[in-house]
Ligand binder design. Structure first.
Ligand code: SAM
Length: 292
């Protein structure tokens, strides 16, 4: 057997900076100098797929080719970290079902409003929005409400998986058997989320850096954005959190991952101490001329 000649290219420091800046500008994901090898290794897959010999040539392609937008989307599929599973961060979900939702039911009902809009921003393969749907399904006080759960992500690959809704073992590491029996159907290649749950969830493509498209989603009562902005630098975190603030209704909630906080990012939210967790809330607007 003859081995194919090794065509692996090295990325120069200058090329690294060019790619890094383009990717950062597009989606906020920031590769520091220590991640040069990682970026080089991941992008090498695109060079092979496109049969391009050098990183320099590939950079020109990404900048000027007529299918450059599609290419950036393909890069997102290989550069994002998509780790997720059903019922992740159970104590936060308990705060959601036992404390936040009852509070929202009360405040919204008092205004005669029976709609609830929940956004899973950076939903990856869909476990998070489907978990939210399963929890919502079991809250009898919400029956008859108009509920929308929207899952969005920048990677087309994970969204395809989310739309299909079929999952393997690793997605169920924190799932009670009870939920498995109730909301999943066994298929040859995994467990499929039932239509009853899928109908509550809309899956769409959205780059959190695309402020215009974000605004088109409309106002939200709750935003789950867990384990997404950890890959952004400070300026990018600030930009995205500012958009979340605009997107939330007054009194709406922002649920971040357990290792994330808004420290140094935003002072526009109040940190509420619930029994089960601490959650950020956009304050109700104070009455004009009010004290605070
Ligand atoms: C680690 S997963 C988190 C999934 C889920 N939220 C959870 O906590 O289990 C992070 C997701 O954020 C997405 N993401 C990263 N940058 C993004 C951006 N600029 N816009 C939208 N999604 C992004 C990635 O594609 C990835 O699927």
């Amino acid at each position: 057997m003859t081995l194919a000649p090794c065509t692996a290219q090295l990325m120069s420091d200058e090329e690294f900076l060019l790619f890094r800046d383009s990717i950062y500008k597009h989606c906020g994901i920031y590769f520091d100098e220590d991640s040069k090898y990682l970026l080089e290794k991941r992008l090498s897959r695109r060079l092979t797929a496109l049969n391009i010999a050098t990183y320099r040539e590939y950079y020109q392609f990404l900048k000027y080719n007529r299918r450059k937008d599609q290419e950036m989307m393909d890069i997102m599929d290989i550069l994002t970290t998509n780790e997720t599973y059903f019922f992740r961060e159970s104590y936060q979900l308990k705060a959601f079902t036992d404390e936040i939702i009852p509070e929202l039911i009360k405040t919204k009902s008092a205004k005669g409003d029976h709609t609830l809009r929940i956004w899973s921003a950076g939903c990856s393969t869909g476990e998070e929005p489907y978990t939210i749907a399963m929890l919502i399904r079991d809250i009898s006080a919400l029956h008859g409400w108009n509920i929308e759960i929207i899952g969005t992500d920048i990677s087309q690959r994970v969204l395809q998986h989310a739309r299909r809704g079929v999952y393997g073992k690793t997605s169920f590491r924190a799932t009670d058997d009870w939920y498995l029996k109730r909301f999943f159907q066994q298929q040859d290649d995994g467990q499929r989320v039932t239509d009853e749950i899928r109908e509550l969830v809309t899956i769409s493509h959205l780059n959190l850096f695309d402020t215009h498209r974000m605004m088109m989603l409309g106002k939200m009562d709750l935003i789950f954005c867990r384990n997404v902005i950890i890959y952004f630098d400070l300026a990018a975190k600030k930009k995205v959190v500012e958009s979340f603030h605009k997107t939330l209704f007054d009194g709406g909630f922002l649920l971040l991952g357990h290792s994330e906080s808004l420290m140094n990012i935003s002072t526009q939210f109040t940190l509420r101490h619930f029994k089960n967790d601490m959650i950020y809330q956009k304050p109700e607007r104070s009455a004009p001329g009010g004290l605070s």
